[in-house]
Ligand binder design. Structure first.
Ligand code: ZN
Length: 239
């Protein structure tokens, strides 16, 4: 790797230092949890000041690329969507009503694309055991609806069960992130009248379609459920 580093404006310098550290990790084949050389090593190698180096490391830490542990040094970080989730959540909470609503609609659109795709695969691979678990969740939704309560936990568990059965960890984490974002604005949505039993029934229809192992029917049931959410968001008076 080149040791020379152009030294232009401050922002560019920060980016260049971050890039160098990332390259160092990749080129040395480091894995999450591996110890990195001390800051002085990078500062010297790059010819930058310690404060500049520290600033770049802090930015990398925010992104989850490195992890600093007090007294032990800096390590390669574990990949996580948390920084992204925090950024998105912050963006929703600080934007005006119109933009927050737009962000939420866009998130729902992406979620719909993912879920409609995944449910087709699920229809072909789901086990009887998993189906029984989904049915149980639907029953719990109805019980909560009887008590006049919403059921975000059961709802999330229902959808997550399908992604987990697909074995794609990235999708699981991505969809979990969507859910957390939606849960954060759920208080705003909660004020809207909704037929809780209808929502529970839509989940029941998804399970029935999955029991028939019919991808088309399952996708249609899922699409109907997601359209319902989208409609609810559209009707939202928002804050
Ligand atoms: Zn649902």
């Amino acid at each position: 790797m080149s040791d020379t580093l152009v030294r232009p404006k401050r922002a560019n310098l920060q980016q260049a230092v971050q890039h160098h550290v990332k390259q160092y990790i990749i080129e040395n084949g480091h894995r999450p949890g591996d110890l990195l050389p001390p800051e002085s090593h990078f500062a010297q190698q790059l010819g930058v000041s310690r404060p500049n180096l520290r600033e770049a490391m802090r930015a990398l830490q925010t992104m989850g690329i490195v992890e600093s542990r007090q007294g032990s040094g800096t390590f390669v970080g574990h990949f996580s969507m948390d920084p992204w989730l925090e950024g998105m959540s912050f963006s929703i909470q600080t934007s005006d009503d119109q933009n927050a609503l737009r962000t939420l609609r866009e998130i729902l659109e992406v979620r719909a694309v993912l879920e409609r795709h995944i449910i087709r695969q699920t229809a072909e691979s789901i086990t009887d055991e998993q189906l029984d678990m989904l049915s149980e969740l639907v029953e719990r939704m109805h019980a909560r609806a009887d008590a006049g309560e919403t059921f975000p936990q059961e709802d999330m568990a229902f959808h997550e069960a399908m992604y987990v059965s697909q074995g794609n960890r990235f999708i699981v984490q991505l969809v979990r992130t969507f859910w957390q974002l939606i849960a954060q604005v759920d208080d705003h949505l909660r004020s809207i009248d909704q037929e809780l039993h209808d929502v529970a029934k839509m989940h029941g229809a998804i399970v029935e379609a999955l029991r028939k192992r019919d991808p088309d029917l399952a996708e249609r049931a899922m699409a109907e459920h997601l359209d319902g959410i989208r409609e609810r968001v559209s009707r939202a008076g928002w804050r």
